[in-house]
Design a binder for this molecule. Structure first.
Ligand SMILES: Cc1cc2nc3c(=O)[nH]c(=O)nc-3n(C[C@H](O)[C@H](O)[C@H](O)COP(=O)(O)OP(=O)(O)OC[C@H]3O[C@@H](n4cnc5c(N)ncnc54)[C@H](O)[C@@H]3O)c2cc1C
Length: 387
C-alpha cells in the first residue's frame, strides 16, 4: 500500500488547486479522480476576473491564454419586461479587467496537468469507494474488484463536488438537504447572436439564463427552471418556447442557433455551507458548499478554498496536530475570504427570482452607476464598495 501525506478525492478546480499548493510546500500528494480527463462538466464556463490572481498563483495563467477562449469585459442583464443594462467590468491601472469564457473540460485538464507537473501523483479513472480511519490517518479504497487499490494518507481532502461522496461518508451531508425548487440545464450552442465580449443574464418568467461566448463560434447557455415544470415532462423545445423566449433579448440571441453538445442538468442550485473540517480531513469547493451559479463564482470558491486548505494542512503538519480544533482555522479562513461574496450572491439570487424587483434596479442601473455597479465590482473582486 502506498503512503502519502495527503490524499485528495476529486480533480476539479478545488482538488487540483489544493494538490498543487500542497506539493509546492513539499508534501507527498495523491489526487484520485473517477473520470478520465479531459472530461466535460456542467458549468456556465464563465471565469470571473477574480480568478486571474489564483491562476497566476497556480502557474497556469499563460497556458490558459493559449487555450480557445473569449475575453469578457462586461456584464449584461435583462428582464422579460424589457429592462436591459450593460455594466462594464471595473478598471485597474487604467485597464478594464477581464474574465473569460472557456470550456471547463479545457480548464480542468490544464489544472490537472499542472498538478502532475508539480509532482502530485495523479490517478484518473479511479473512483474512491471506501474510507477507513486509522490511527495515523486514512486508508482510502480506490476502484472496484478485481482492480481495487489501497492508498494510505495522513490527511484527506474531499474535493469531489456538489454530491460529495466523502461528505456523505463522513456524515457531513444532511439527509434533509432539499432538492430545491429549481433545476439548471447547460448546453453548448453554435450561431448565438449578440455576444460582444460580455457575460449575459436574461430573466424570463420562472427562471433565468446565462450566456457567454467560448471562442470558435461556440457559446455556453445555462438556464434554470422550476422543478415542477420538469416533473410535468416538458420538452426542451417547449421550455425554450414557453419560458426562455418570453425574454425578447434571449429570443433574438438564440434564434437560428444550433445545439452542439449534450444537454446536462443539475439540482439543487444552492445549498448552505457544511461543516468542512474534522479530525484529519477538510472539504473544499462544492463539496463544502454550493452557491447559486448566477454570479459565476464557483470556480473561484473552489480554487481559493483549495489554496486555503493547503495552508491549513501545512500548519497542522508543522504543529504535529491533526485535530478538528487545529483544522478549524480553515473554516475561519473561508469565512473571512468568502463572507462578503456570499452576501452579494444572496442579494443577486433574491433579485433574479423576483423580476418585479429586478426590473426597476436594472432601469436605474442603465441610467446611473447604482445599484448594480457596486455589485458587479464586488463580484469581479477588484473594487471595494464606495463608502
Ligand atoms: C448551472 C451551473 C452553472 C455554473 N456556472 C459557473 C460559471 O459560469 N462559473 C463558475 O465559476 N462556476 C460555475 N458553476 C459552479 C462550478 O461549476 C462549481 O462550483 C465548480 O465546478 C466546483 O469545483 P469543484 O472542484 O469543487 O468540483 P467539481 O468541478 O464538481 O469536481 C469534482 C471532481 O470530483 C470527481 N469525483 C466525484 N466523486 C468522486 C469519487 N468518489 N472518486 C473520485 N473522484 C470523484 C468528479 O469526477 C469531478 O471531476 C456553475 C454551476 C452550475 C450548477
Amino acid at each position: 500500500m502506498d503512503r502519502f501525506d495527503v490524499a485528495v478525492v476529486g480533480a476539479g478546480p478545488a482538488g487540483s488547486s489544493s494538490a498543487v499548493s500542497l506539493a509546492r510546500r513539499g508534501y507527498s500528494v495523491i489526487l484520485l479522480e473517477r473520470a478520465l480527463f479531459p472530461r466535460e462538466k456542467l458549468c456556465g464556463d464563465f471565469l470571473n476576473p477574480a480568478n486571474w490572481e489564483l491562476f497566476e498563483h497556480l502557474g497556469v495563467a499563460d497556458k490558459l491564454l493559449s487555450l480557445e477562449h473569449e475575453k469578457v469585459t462586461a456584464f449584461r442583464i435583462s428582464t422579460f419586461s424589457g429592462a436591459d443594462a450593460t455594466i462594464s467590468f471595473p478598471s485597474r491601472n487604467g485597464k478594464t479587467i477581464a474574465g473569460f469564457g472557456l470550456r471547463r473540460s479545457a480548464l480542468d485538464d490544464l489544472l490537472l496537468r499542472q498538478a502532475e507537473k508539480e509532482g502530485v501523483v495523479v490517478k484518473q479513472g479511479r473512483k474512491v469507494r471506501a474510507l477507513i480511519r486509522e490511527a495515523a490517518g486514512w486508508c482510502v479504497m480506490v476502484g472496484g474488484e478485481p482492480e481495487s487499490e489501497k492508498v494510505s494518507s495522513t490527511f484527506l481532502i474531499g474535493a469531489d463536488g456538489r454530491n460529495s461522496w466523502v461528505a456523505h461518508r463522513l456524515g457531513l451531508a444532511r439527509t434533509s438537504e432539499s432538492p430545491g425548487h429549481y433545476v439548471a440545464f447547460q448546453l453548448h450552442l453554435k450561431g448565438v447572436r449578440g455576444l460582444q465580449g460580455d457575460v449575459q443574464i436574461h430573466v424570463f418568467p420562472g427562471g433565468y439564463a446565462g450566456l457567454v461566448g467560448l471562442g470558435g463560434g461556440t457559446a455556453n447557455l445555462c438556464f434554470t427552471v422550476e422543478r415542477r415544470e420538469i416533473k410535468q415532462g416538458i420538452s426542451l423545445e417547449a421550455l425554450f418556447e414557453n419560458r426562455l423566449y418570453k425574454n425578447s433579448f434571449l429570443r433574438q440571441s438564440l434564434a437560428g442557433s444550433e445545439i452542439a453538445s449534450k444537454v446536462r442538468a443539475a439540482s439543487p442550485l444552492y445549498f448552505p455551507p457544511r461543516r468542512c473540517n474534522g479530525e484529519g480531513y477538510l472539504l473544499v469547493g462544492d463539496a463544502a458548499r454550493v452557491t447559486e451559479p448566477v454570479t459565476g463564482e464557483g470556480v473561484y470558491f473552489a480554487l481559493k478554498s483549495g489554496i486555503l486548505a493547503a495552508a491549513t494542512i501545512d500548519l497542522a503538519f508543522k504543529r504535529g496536530d491533526r485535530s478538528s480544533e487545529q483544522l478549524a482555522s480553515y473554516s475561519r479562513l473561508c469565512q473571512e475570504a468568502f463572507s462578503l461574496r456570499q452576501r452579494v450572491n444572496r442579494i443577486i439570487r433574491a433579485l433574479v427570482y423576483r423580476p418585479f424587483l429586478l426590473a426597476p434596479v436594472i432601469r436605474l442601473s442603465a441610467r446611473t452607476s447604482l445599484p448594480l455597479r457596486p455589485l458587479v465590482d464586488q463580484v469581479c473582486g477588484a473594487v471595494r464598495f464606495p463608502r
